[in-house]
Ligand binder design. Structure first.
Ligand code: FES
Length: 100
């Protein structure tokens, strides 16, 4: 569980980019705003394009729901710590990178 509060400035690393963001933001919105390396398409846990690996800070991401879990199961091919950027709310510091 995160001890950081919503709206607090946190450090988010996306690939090689180190960003200062506000906790509570959706990862996909951060990626779009900062034009990071993470690609996306549907924004609805459908296409799997936005799959990421969480290298650090899994505990600082919003919980995974059932729809996301189904898509992650399909795209991760058994690799651990995979999430969908379009379904993740950033609640504290983390380091993520594209799955592929
Ligand atoms: S953008 Fe399609 S699953 Fe996230």
């Amino acid at each position: 569980m995160s001890s950081e509060r919503s709206g607090q400035e946190i450090e988010l690393r996306v690939g090689d980019d180190v960003l200062k963001v506000r906790s509570g933001e959706m990862l996909i919105d951060i990626c779009e705003h900062h034009q990071t390396c993470i690609m996306f398409s549907c924004r609805a846990a459908s296409c799997g394009t936005c799959a990421i690996v969480v290298e650090q800070g899994m505990e600082n991401l919003s919980p995974m729901d059932g729809l996301e879990a189904i898509v992650v199961e399909e795209v991760s091919e058994g690799r651990p710590n995979v999430r969908l950027a379009c379904q993740v709310q950033i609640l504290g510091s983390a380091y993520v990178r594209p799955l592929s």
